[in-house]
Design a protein. Sequence first.
Length: 194
Amino acid sequence: MTPGEFKQKGAGLKMEFGFHPTPFGVCFLVLTERGISHLGFVDGDDQALVLNQFRQNWPEATLAENRVGTGSMVNRIFSVDHPHESRPFHLLLKGTNFQVSVWRALLTIPIGNVVSYQDIAAYIGRPKAFRAVGNAIAVNPVGYLIPCHRVIAKSGRIHQYRWGTVRKKAILGWEATRSSLSPPVETIKRRVES
C-alpha cells in the first residue's frame, strides 16, 4: 500500500470478509481485489468485536461479508493436500517502512524453523532494535501467512503470541510435521551469522 493510500484509511477500497474454521480455530479473513489484507484468529464469540476493531483500522473502506469468496481462500491457505503450493498469495498491507521490513524478514523463515527477535533484528540490519521488532511482529495483520508464530524468545520460550500461546504451539507443531515432508532448508539465523 502506498503512503497516500495509507492516509486515506481505505477510501474507495472494497473489502470482503468471512469467518471460517481452520485447524487452529476460527479465522477472520479479509480480501481485496489486490490481495489479502487481514488474517487473524477469533476466540469464542468475539466475531463482532474483531469485525469492529478491523473497521476502526479501515474506516473509509467498504466492507461486505462474502463467505464463499473468503472460504475458498481459507481452504487454499490451510490445505493439507497441497502444503507447499507454489502459487503466491498477494497481500495488501498497511504499515510503516520498519514494520514492512520486519514482515518481509518473517517471510524468509522456512516452515518448521524458529528464530529469535534478535535474529530478525540482525537480519534487517538493526541488531539493537529487537524490541521494535517485537512490536512490529505483534501488529502483523496477516497472521500465519506472514509467519510471526515462528519467532520465539532467545531463551527458546514460546510466548507472547497475539492469538494465544496454545495456538502458537499448535501451529509450530503442525508445521514441524509438514516440514518433515520436504528437504531441510537454511534458516534465517544461519543467514545472519554468515
